[in-house]
Design a protein around this ligand. Structure first.
Ligand code: MRU
Length: 358
């Protein structure tokens, strides 16, 4: 197992999705596409490399990409003009998670109030503050949410909303960690989360590593487990929460929310306040990212960023007939009536109470 190449990781874990080097000249990312097979860190020295890493999902998860973008701006901290063009490039990378735009705006606001000679230390400080605050928010929302987790619960989660998707600790997985730390017995069913397999690869990796019982299930089998009465509650993260309580999260979340509703089980959403977008009135206004067809047509991870990872000679194996198109929205929107509670660092909210947290 590779060591995290940072002497003082802000994640609070022995691994970290993202860190800034002590010299403020490199963004260090855990190469999440290599998990669980390999724990590999990459060091990025330019805004373009950071933008490419976000687009190709070396790092992913709403809070983690916000922190990565903030650290990315540190690499462009020579002038305000350069920062603005770097922010424009980073803003294009992934449209759905509002944490990205939120972090960039916060960094630019800090830059506007700073003398050119002080930009680098000021922006490094601001980005690290964003990172630290995210970990603290995860711990607080985890503590709020864990109160509502019964002892002995079987918890369904979708995608990865853990330490790997945040500054550290996690949102949905933070609730699960906090419940376990309160002495509650919990068992997790992790949706594999097609097509990128964040549940099978990442959620399973980090929960197993933390000693929390986890079993991976196919996305299309959660109805089976609800039907058998096995699922106590569902908890997921979010990429953007609209003012009316509709929220976007990884594709498939809406299906899970419908099943939770139909079976009378709570549907909890854990997210930092930076995910709440009160300027966005309703879910229909949230931009939904569509990702490359190859994520669906090919056996996952056969070809990523030009590297051959499959055992096939060609390094690529298509399982959808040539000439057939696919549709690959990366997120869906769950309407507010399907949400039981939002857990944030500011407290616990029903969808109609969200605005009171502002
Ligand atoms: O495409 P991804 O892997 O970036 O999608 C991640 C999710 O949908 C997460 O559930 C969400 O970002 C919340 S992470 C705390």
């Amino acid at each position: 197992m590779a060591a995290l190449p940072h002497p003082e990781p802000l994640s609070g874990e022995s691994y970290s999705a993202v860190e800034l080097s002590l010299a403020n000249d490199e963004v260090i990312l855990l190469e999440q596409r290599r998990l669980p097979r390999e724990e590999l860190y990459v060091r990025l020295r330019s805004v373009e490399q950071v933008a490419e890493a976000i687009t190709t999902m070396v790092v992913r998860g709403a809070p983690a990409i916000g922190i990565t973008a903030a650290y990315g701006l540190v690499l462009a901290a020579s002038s305000l003009a350069q920062l603005e063009s770097a922010a424009a490039r980073l803003r294009q990378t992934r449209p759905t998670a509002v944490n990205l735009a939120w972090a960039l705006e916060r960094m630019l606001a800090r830059a506007r109030g700073t003398a050119a000679s002080e930009l680098l230390p000021a922006l490094a400080e601001e980005a690290r503050a964003i990172h630290r605050e995210d970990v603290a928010a995860c711990r607080r929302m985890g503590a709020h949410g864990a109160e509502l987790v019964p002892d002995g619960a079987t918890i369904l989660t979708h995608c990865n909303a853990g330490a790997l998707a945040t500054g550290g600790y996690g949102t949905a997985l933070g609730v699960i960690r906090a419940a376990r730390d309160m002495g509650k017995r919990v068992r997790v069913l992790a949706d594999e989360t097609r097509p990128y397999l964040q549940g099978a690869r990442l959620t399973a990796w980090e929960l197993h590593r933390s000693g929390i019982p986890v079993e991976v299930i196919c996305d299309n089998s959660s109805g089976y487990w609800f039907g058998r009465g096995e699922i106590t509650l569902t908890v997921v993260g979010a990429d953007r929460i609209a003012a009316n309580g509709d929220f976007a999260n990884k594709i498939g979340t809406y299906t899970v929310a419908c099943l939770s509703h139909l079976h009378g089980r709570p549907m909890y959403v854990a997210a930092p306040w930076s995910t709440v977008d009160l300027a966005c009135a309703r879910g229909a206004d949230i931009p939904i990212e569509f990702r490359p067809a190859s994520e669906i047509t090919d056996i996952p991870f056969t070809e990523q960023a030009g590297e051959k990872m499959a055992s096939t000679p060609a390094g690529r194996q298509r399982w959808v007939p040539e000439g057939v198109g696919v549709l690959n929205p990366a997120f869906d929107v769950t309407p507010a009536p399907y949400v039981t509670r939002f857990f944030t660092e500011r407290g616990t909210f029903r969808p109609d109470e969200l605005r009171s947290g502002a």
